[in-house]
Design a protein around this ligand. Structure first.
Ligand code: SAH
Ligand code: DHB
Ligand code: MG
Length: 218
């Protein structure tokens, strides 16, 4: 089925997304610089863009920058005067992202913070709350990142968490994979935490069978 999923993603992109030289150049540059091709798909990027606009987001937080592909989609959703903070562990990824964000003309709206996201988040206090949070980094830390998103958000903040299905791997209660354990811990947290309301949607497409959590801070 993988080829058909890819073909439908291509159809969606041709119909609804159009050509975008900047985003194409970003993916070409990521590959040329040796970054892994684990960015969101084009259709997912457009969805993030639309969701951020629907939320009226002025301040966006992203955890997991890679080469800034999803960052560009999200930064484009910001109104004038809006801003995005994106957290990345690897200085080399951040360097590639900086080039891509510059080419995309969104550098002035984006603040890349290098280091373990847990430390970058812990250092954040007192700023205006984030309206929209996209979590897409080390999956073992997902529940910590959502807890931080709540702390740094406000009632109504939108939280999206990528890769929460992993070919059905999320069902494996006995998994010794830290990423599965981390994602299951996040589902347990969402099930119990009165500060959030959430759903999760399974997806197929260019990135295989996966899914995302969509949550709203109450
Ligand atoms: N959101 C990107 C893809 C992110 S891939 C896109 O769709 O274009 C995941 C990224 O998270 C990688 O660049 C990886 O280096 C980073 N990462 C992994 N562990 C991290 C951590 N502890 N803190 C911050 N970033 C981390
Ligand atoms: C991986 C990470 C991602 O964020 C993703 O969307 C797909 C794959 C990975 O680490 O393999
Ligand atoms: Mg992802």
């Amino acid at each position: 089925m993988g080829e058909r999923w890819q073909a439908v993603d291509d159809y969606i992109a041709a119909k609804l997304l159009g050509d975008d030289d900047v985003l194409a150049a970003t993916l070409t540059n990521n590959e040329a610089q040796g970054l892994p091709p684990i960015n969101v798909s084009a259709a997912q990027g457009k969805m993030l863009f639309l969701l951020a606009q629907m939320a009226g987001a002025r301040r966006i937080l992203e955890v997991g920058t890679l080469g800034g592909y999803s960052t560009i989609w999200l930064a484009r959703a910001l109104p004038d005067g809006g801003g995005l903070v994106t957290l990345e562990l690897e200085p080399y990824h951040a360097e590639v992202a900086r080039e891509n964000l510059e080419r995309a003309g969104v550098s002035d709206k984006v603040d890349i913070r290098i280091g373990p996201a847990a430390a970058s988040l812990a250092a954040m206090t007192g700023d205006a709350p984030f309206d929209f949070v996209f979590i897409d980094a080390d999956k073992q830390s997902n529940s910590l990142y959502v807890a931080e998103a709540i702390r740094l958000g406000r009632p109504g903040t939108t939280i999206i968490v990528d890769n929460v299905v992993r070919e059905g791997g999320v069902l494996d209660a006995g998994s010794d994979d830290d990423r599965i354990i981390g994602t299951r811990a996040l589902f347990d947290m969402l099930a119990a935490d009165p500060r959030l309301d959430a759903s999760a949607v399974q997806t197929v497409g260019a990135k295989g069978w996966d899914g995302f959590i969509l949550a709203r801070v109450l």
